[in-house]
Design a protein around this ligand. Sequence first.
Ligand code: SF4
Length: 389
Amino acid sequence: MFAMPNMDKNLRIYVHIPYCAHKCHYCDFNSHVRKQIDWDGWLAAVSAELRYRATEQRPVASVFIGGGTPSLAPAATIASLLQCMRDTLPLLDDAEITMEANPGTADAGRFYGYHAAGVNRLSIGVQSLHNEELRWLERIHDADQAKQAFSLARSAGFDNINLDLMYALPSQSWQQWQASLQQAIALQPDHLSCYQLTVEVNTRLAVMHANNPDMDWPEESLACRFFQSTRELLAAAGYAAYEISNYARAGHHCRHNDGYWRYDDYIGIGPGAAGKHDTNDGGVYRYSNMRSPEKYIEQATQTGHAVADDEQLTAAEAAREAFWLGLRRQQGVEHAPYRARFGDSLLQQQRHACRKWQANGNIIDDEQHTAIHDQGWLLADEIAASVFE
Ligand code: SF4
């Protein structure tokens, strides 16, 4: 392990729960269906990895328990996990602790148990409030179950709830998407994440896509309209965009994910989880774990870690990555902290790479920050390519 500089900086922890009741055709997350889930084995392995990685006592500002379907986990397992964290690292009293939940596995007892264990933010994978779309997505819930999961979460005490939604599905009209969005807004969540459906390699959807060229996949121009109109509609409803796909009421942005875009250090534990930290030479070390739950459990329980891949980024590579991640935020890259971390020369290089986007008004660049202008969001991929040239 490399020594971590910036010891006064807070740390974030991502925990991966790799199990699902069903594998959706579009999913490329590290998720696996198992008849019997070895919760004790998973808990022992992630606890061992946590102890292994907790070599530096940096305060933990946020925890994100993602998957997979974390809401399959018994409340006692989550309580033991969080207790292990408190015993191992200084978890701040006001730490944001998020857990993902699938409406198809929502259970009152478990929701109350998660909240009692210390989870204070729930992210519910609604995806759509249109039953036909949910069936097409192979989700295990319907629209009513999604709404019930939301009210169950509120009753269990969650006052910080995100809903995940997905747009640009085949044959989806703007009216259909707008109806899902309006119903989601009517629930009054604190945060909304709206993602465009993308066809990822090595998924069943990729095979469907290749075999059905005549299927009604949305044109790029329609997907762009979805994106822009979603921003307008959510802004009017009081949800400000603070990242490409994320919207929040005042004070409810996801602190954990914002940490990724700020290029903070984080520990990733669990099968397929990834982590990163700054190194003393100005670069970054990062790793990702074995994806197979069984192999991970065996290896991490024995040795405390189960790394499948790792790499070292130079300061220049890290600077490029950090700049792009910063541009994903509505506020963009703040020059003062970026300069303090990477130096003025790397900052000027990145600003220079964005010059042509400034000239056509897609990037705003002043003394304090560099940010994508509202009209530039649709070109985000091309802007990213210039940053990485
Ligand atoms: S529920 Fe989520 S993580 Fe599980 S298979 Fe479906 S999309 Fe993937």
